[in-house]
Every structure is written in C-alpha cells, then in structure tokens.
Design a protein around this ligand. Structure first.
Ligand SMILES: Nc1ncnc2c1ncn2[C@@H]1O[C@H](COP(=O)(O)OP(=O)(O)O)[C@@H](O)[C@H]1O
Ligand SMILES: [Mg+2]
Length: 273
C-alpha cells in the first residue's frame, strides 16, 4: 500500500549515502537494512517491509490518540510505500529531554506528562479489532531516545512507534509493563562521562510509576514489571557492550543494578508506588 497526505516528496533529502553536512545524517544505531535519513524538512525511514508497514500503522493509530488527548505530538506521515518499506515523516524540531531532567522540579512535571501520554496510548490506541485480554497496544520502544521535547510549543513529541528489537518482544499488543520497563531502563541508563544526568532519579521514577498506575487502563503490576525488567536486562547489557565496548558496558551494568534495587524497594501495593 502507498499513500501520501500531500504531493510533497522527500525534499531536502539527498540519497542514502549522503555525507553529514548535506543536512542529512544517518542515525547512530542502525540495524542491517535499516536507514533513517534526516533532511531539512523531512525524515525518511527505510526498513524491512513488514516492519515498516507495522510502524506506519502504529504511527497513524498513535496520531489519533495524540489528536484526541492533546497530550503529545506524533510526526505526520507525509507519504509511505509499504512495498518499499519506506515512510516519509515531517521533521519536527525536537530536542532530547536530558537537559530538562537535570532539574528535579522540571523532571517531575515531565514524568507526569510522559506517564499520562503512555497511559493514554495504552488506553486508547487501536491497532487491530481484537486485543488480547489484559494486554495493551504498545509503543514498543518508549525510551528517552524516542520521547522528546518540542521546545517552542512545549509539547512532548513521541517518535519511532516500533518494537525495540533488543527486548525480543514482537507483538503489537503486549503487557503494559513492557513499555514501562523499557522507559525505566532508559531513565536509569547512566552514560559514562556524560555530564547531563537525571536529577533525583528515584523520586522522578516513582512519580512516573504512580502517575502511570493511576491513569492506565489496567493499573500497574509491579511484580510483572520486576520480572520483565529482569528478563530484558541481559539483552540490554549485550546491546550496550556491542555498541559501546566492554568498559562502558560495565558502567551501564551498574545503572541496571540500581534499577533493580529501586524496583525491589517499591512497596508491594501498587496504589502506594
Ligand atoms: N520526525 C522526526 N523529526 C525529527 N527527527 C527525527 C524524526 N524521526 C526521527 N528523527 C531522528 O532520527 C533518529 C532515529 O529515528 P527513529 O525513528 O527513532 O529510528 P530508530 O529506529 O533508528 O531509533 C531519532 O532519534 C531522531 O533524532
Ligand atoms: Mg529511535
């Protein structure tokens, strides 16, 4: 299936192997056969056809939730070609949230907004008619690399609506705790030699969980969250070792131990997260 919402083609994007400096830069992490080209006004994402079609459908479903709730923004799809595995998005003027999260008070406000956005997604997004019982439609990679900020409008922007491969989970629907686990993993992930660390990490994480639990369709099952975090951790460590080398992976391992301790210390009763 092909589609366009305008006649605009991928203007400003010049070929898959353009050098940085042409206004096009490949992303840091690319799976084989996948490329994300960031142009002046559009972003062209090319990947395996089934994966692309699923991301396209999930992004369109998420856009409806964004419109209904006003809680976040999803980049518009300008055109797509499922048979070619390509989606052309509008480029949003996004920035990472790490600067904001250096401040405890601003961090708490952002956690609230991110948790509300995730709960609304889990409660409202429709990907297929039949959702398995107790499962929710997933973002799939609800990490701080994909939950960003539009500084001018002060809105959350959520991109990359596709399952992160490293979790090993492939469904459109899944346990809500999976998105929460990926989020916490990204929040606790402490980059070595990186000055912009999250302030009051445990406190803001607790605020995220409490807000999510109170707004989400099924609450939050802390036992399930703990076991998912424990289950996906080895793959996360392997991923960081592959991307960053063994020395840095050691530092990342430390942050993951911190996350597991944090989860163990949470009260058993979900309402009191
Ligand atoms: N619509 C967009 N507007 C601006 N930047 C984008 C957009 N989509 C992607 N990017 C940039 O490209 C990067 C990779 O895109 P993403 O869809 O997250 O692919 P990946 O699956 O490789 O993580 C993002 O982290 C972001 O920096
Ligand atoms: Mg991404």
């Amino acid at each position: 299936m092909r589609g366009t919402s305008a006649d605009a083609g991928p203007a400003g994007v010049t070929g898959a192997h353009a050098e940085a400096g042409d206004g096009v830069s490949p992303t840091e992490i690319m799976a084989p056969g996948r490329a994300v080209l960031v142009g002046d006004s559009v972003v062209v994402k090319t990947q395996e056809t089934t994966t692309s079609r699923r991301e396209r459908i999930r992004t369109q479903a998420a856009s409806l939730v964004a419109e209904q709730t006003g809680l976040f923004v999803v980049p518009k799809i300008i055109s797509f070609d499922d048979a070619q595995g390509q989606i052309v998005f509008e480029r949003l003027p996004i920035t990472g949230l790490h600067e904001i999260l250096r401040d405890r008070d601003q961090g708490l406000v952002m956690m609230q907004r991110m948790a509300e956005a995730l709960a609304a997604t889990h409660g409202r997004m429709v990907i297929s008619e039949t959702a398995p019982k107790g499962w929710v439609p997933l973002h799939g990679d609800f990490a701080l690399t994909n939950v960003l900020h539009l500084p001018g409008a002060d809105r959350l922007a959520i991109i990359d609506w596709a399952n992160a491969e490293w979790t090993g989970f492939d469904g459109d629907y899944g346990p809500p705790e999976l998105d929460v686990a990926v989020f916490l993993t990204s929040l606790f992930h402490r980059r070595a030699f990186y000055p912009r660390q999250v302030a009051s990490r445990h406190e803001v994480a607790r605020h995220f969980l409490a807000t999510y639990a109170s707004r989400s369709p099924h609450g939050l099952d802390l036992a399930a969250l703990r076991s998912i975090v424990t289950g996906i951790m080895p793959a996360f460590i392997r991923l960081t070792r592959r991307l960053r080398g063994p020395l840095r992976a050691l530092a990342y391992r430390h942050s993951m131990i911190d996350l597991e301790l944090f989860l163990r210390r949470l009260p058993a009763n979900n309402a009191r997260v």
